[in-house]
Design a protein around this ligand. Structure first.
Ligand SMILES: Cc1cc2nc3c(=O)[nH]c(=O)nc-3n(C[C@H](O)[C@H](O)[C@H](O)COP(=O)(O)OP(=O)(O)OC[C@H]3O[C@@H](n4cnc5c(N)ncnc54)[C@H](O)[C@@H]3O)c2cc1C
Length: 453
């Protein structure tokens, strides 16, 4: 049986960053990636959920200088983003956060970025095994932790430390954590696969030249029912853009008697439309001067036939049972925010910290360390998601109108203050109180001391 210092389950950004940091510190590290076929990659590789938007200050959190990236990774430098409400809109040309990157952000070719992260890890000495689907982990915690990782092909490997980076579906993570919880508790009560799950669907479409601002992201809020349900357009290269959406799974349209208020619902819909139906409606309704045929599918991109569907879970993060020699990183620990789909930067950063601490046998510092590095970002995401959880279409209009006034007066959203008038004060107070509720790690839904290790 092969033996390693650090075994890493999942070769996405979190796993690849963990492998790079671990191998750079001289540890024997292996990345186990089940391998997913994609139209935009030769051979199997990481899942590469075609994410692909990076904001200026996320680059700092991620800790990878854009100049280090191969030329074909960054597709488009961004100048800003446009948020559309039912009648109001808001155009942001600055994130308002301190960052060295001179643009609002960039969009990137996700599969190439993931592949580069893996190559970087291999160059540092990590072993990358693809078609290595992990089916289970047997952890012996009677002395120094020892993990036996089983693969679908029947092989087993042994490792002293385990980094779980199998993404937001957590198929391995949940199985590993469950036995570490007290009797009667279930890991899915925290990082649920049913109650907090979303589906993300997207299509690669060619846009008419005049219909796309190539350097602007576009989001529509209050256009679809459900918490954290929204469509977007992300420009890629040329006039190709990804048109996608996120929505909770299992919504009942009868829970939304105000159907006519949503841009993408029809009054006579008797069920929630499918992802592809929503996208067609978005293109027809948000670009009324064009026909649907003006936005052809680009079929040789994405996962298959120009489309992609993913599960994405909208949860708050969990601590890792570091006493068991286990660190959970990236989407698996709940860092991906369905609120704005952001997660690549926190996946890379948490993975890097996990890899470094696993290699240097200091895993006990992990939960402190990731909070120090990405806690502020998580706090912002969790707080905003909490504030808008029950927003109806009209609430988005109110928020955008207030935010626009704040921007005009204050020049930025992030630094807004009570000087911004009554509605600004209300928004400020709500954000302040919500952030207070989750401060000091209050955004963590399962703490290290709740594991029985
Ligand atoms: C539609 C969509 C759009 C998004 N847009 C953005 C964006 O614009 N910007 C941004 O920053 N983030 C975005 N995100 C979030 C981002 O994709 C995630 O935060 C990021 O992928 C998390 O990285 P990860 O390494 O933790 O997990 P993943 O990228 O999910 O990687 C996990 C890996 O584990 C592998 N794996 C799973 N199970 C096993 C197993 N049993 N054995 C072996 N391997 C296994 C998978 O194949 C996969 O490669 C988006 C997500 C979605 C779904």
């Amino acid at each position: 049986m092969d033996r390693y210092d650090v075994a890493i389950v999942g070769g996405g950004p979190a796993g690849a960053a963990a492998a790079y940091e671990a191998a750079s510190r001289g540890a024997e590290a292996v990345v186990l990636e089940k391998g997913v076929p994609r139209a935009d990659r030769d051979g199997l590789g990481p899942d590469s959920t075609d994410a692909a938007g990076m904001l200026d200050y996320w680059i700092e959190i991620m800790g990878i200088d854009p100049d280090e990236l191969p030329d074909d990774v960054i597709l488009q430098e961004l100048s800003g983003t446009e948020f559309e409400g039912p009648t109001e809109s808001l155009r942001l040309e600055r994130t308002g956060m301190e960052a060295d990157y001179p643009h609002f952000g960039y969009t990137f070719q996700r599969a190439r970025m993931d592949d580069w992260l893996i190559e970087r890890a291999e160059d540092a000495g990590a072993e990358y095994r693809v078609e290595a689907s992990v089916t289970g982990v047997d952890s012996d915690l009677t002395g120094d932790p020892e993990h036996t990782v089983s693969l679908r092909n029947g092989e087993e490997i042994q490792a002293d430390r385990l980094v779980l980076s199998d993404g937001p579906q957590r198929q391995v993570t949940n199985r590993v954590l469950d036995p570490l919880l007290p009797d009667g508790q279930d890991i899915t009560d925290y990082v649920g696969t049913t109650k907090a799950n979303h589906i993300a669907y997207q299509e690669h479409r060619e846009f008419p030249e005049d219909a796309i601002e190539k350097d602007m992201l576009r989001f529509w809020w209050g256009a679809m029912p459900g918490e954290t349900a929204y469509p977007w357009v992300f420009p890629n290269d040329g006039t190709v853009a990804r048109v996608g959406l996120t929505m909770p799974i299992g919504l009942d349209i009868d829970d939304f008697p105000n159907q006519e208020e949503y841009l993408l619902l029809d009054a006579d819909d008797d069920s929630i439309p499918s992802g592809s139906e929503y996208i067609e409606r978005l293109l027809e309704r948000a670009y009324p001067e064009y026909d649907l045929e003006d936005f052809p599918l680009v079929e040789d991109r994405g996962k298959r036939d120009g489309t992609e569907t993913y599960a994405i879970s909208s949860t708050r993060p969990i601590d890792s049972p570091t006493g068991a020699g286990i660190a959970i990183a990236g989407g698996a620990m709940g860092t991906t925010s369905a609120f704005h789909e952001g997660g690549y930067h926190v996946a890379v950063r948490s993975g890097a910290i996990a890899g470094e601490l696993a290699a240097t046998r200091r895993l006990e510092a992990y939960n402190e360390a990731w909070k120090e590095a990405i806690g502020d970002e998580i706090l912002r995401n969790v707080s905003f998601a909490d504030i808008v959880a029950d927003y109806e279409p009209a609430d988005w209009d109110r928020a955008f109108s207030t935010a626009r006034k704040l921007m005009q007066r204050e020049g930025s959203l992030i630094g807004f203050s009570p000087r911004a008038g009554f509605s600004g004060l209300k928004l400020f107070a709500q954000y302040w109180w919500t952030k207070r509720k989750f401060r000091d790690g209050g955004y963590v839904q399962l703490h290290e001391d709740e594991f029985e290790v």
